[in-house]
Write a protein that binds this ligand. Structure first.
Ligand code: DGY
Length: 317
């Protein structure tokens, strides 16, 4: 792959970066001072760049693709492809690959972890102890049980199904809303997000971000979930109407939220940091040593397959 010019759009896993700079001709592009200097960088190096490795922060948008006429493949260091203009890639014959499967378990583990920590107020209790407020045994707040609670899952794909399996082990009845109905699962299906929210206590967002799912967590869904309900989002920030979510949490119209993703990362919606009934994480669903190494190996394998003119390991386009 030595002659393959690869554009890395953002700082990612250090193993991936080291391997890319060892095996290919690497172009690093991140935190450019201005959009114009970013364009200049792309124009300057366009003749050499044939591959792009992006992630959930900076992918391959229409402008980047247009500025790189020699681009042949986008290998995303993510399963979600909402930062890749797939239609443009199709139109231009650019191959696209992502990193499915290898991160499913970690993201599902984190969804359950978020549900348990939000309901059992684990982070709040940790802050209480660290602040030296724990004076005697029993001076804690009572919290809410997770085991046995009705769990609703938005998006019953690979990650949604893995969350369902884990929640089943906690004795939780499962229901879902998804693009397609999955009768073999035995889980209860709802044809829309509002009905799903009205019939569960923990609502987990696990669907891909598309025009159909953007802001699917609307005020109506939040109100259907109600003051005893908890929202868990390991999907994407723009799935949620964030100002409505913040308002509902402040007003007590929603019981709590565990969020790994936000619409304008790394910015968190105003007001959330002051609340005790939320757990906020910096988009770490797949962030374990083991999984990031597997994701990096998939990116490298896809680039290698492309250079050898072989089928991609995890093709999308
Ligand atoms: C992905 O890879 O799309 C996930 O957002 C990682 O958490």
């Amino acid at each position: 792959m030595e002659s393959l010019g690869v554009l890395l759009t953002f700082p990612m896993n250090s193993y991936l970066e080291e391997e890319l700079s060892r095996r290919c001709k690497l172009f690093r592009l991140w935190e450019p001072p201005t959009p114009e200097s970013r364009r200049d960088f792309l124009r300057e190096n366009a003749g050499s760049i044939r591959a792009l490795v992006g992630n959930t922060t900076v992918g391959a948008d229409a402008e980047t693709i247009d500025l790189l006429p020699g681009l042949e493949i986008v290998a995303s260091f993510s399963v979600g492809l909402d930062k890749v203009d797939l239609a443009k890639c199709r139109e231009k014959g650019i191959r696209v690959a992502n990193t499915p499967d290898v991160l499913t378990e970690d993201v599902a583990d984190l969804a359950i972890g978020l549900a348990v920590s939000t309901m059992r107020r684990i982070c709040e209790s940790d802050r209480y102890v660290r602040a030296g407020k724990w004076e005697s045994h029993g001076d804690y707040k009572l919290t809410t049980k997770f085991s046995g609670k009705a769990v609703g899952i938005l998006g019953l794909g690979r990650i949604g199904s893995a969350i369902a399996k884990r929640a089943e082990a906690f004795g939780c009845p499962i229901s879902y809303h998804s693009r397609s109905r999955k009768p073999d699962t035995g889980y209860k299906y709802y044809s829309n997000a509002v009905d799903l929210a009205a019939n569960c206590q923990v609502l987990v967002v696990a669907c891909p971000l598309t025009e159909a799912t953007r802001r699917i967590i609307s005020r109506e869904v939040i109100d259907a979930l109600g003051p005893k309900g908890v929202l868990i989002n390991i999907g994407r920030g723009p799935h949620v109407d964030e100002p409505e979510l913040a308002k509902a949490l402040v007003e007590g119209r929603l019981g709590g939220a565990g969020l790994d993703v936000f619409a304008h990362e790394p910015r968190v919606p105003e007001g959330l940091c002051a609340l005790e009934n939320v757990v906020l994480l910096p988009h770490v669903g797949s962030g374990t040593w083991e999984t990031e190494k597997a994701m990096a190996d998939l990116v490298l394998g896809n680039l290698e397959a492309h250079v050898l003119n072989k089928p991609l390991l995890t093709p999308v386009v």
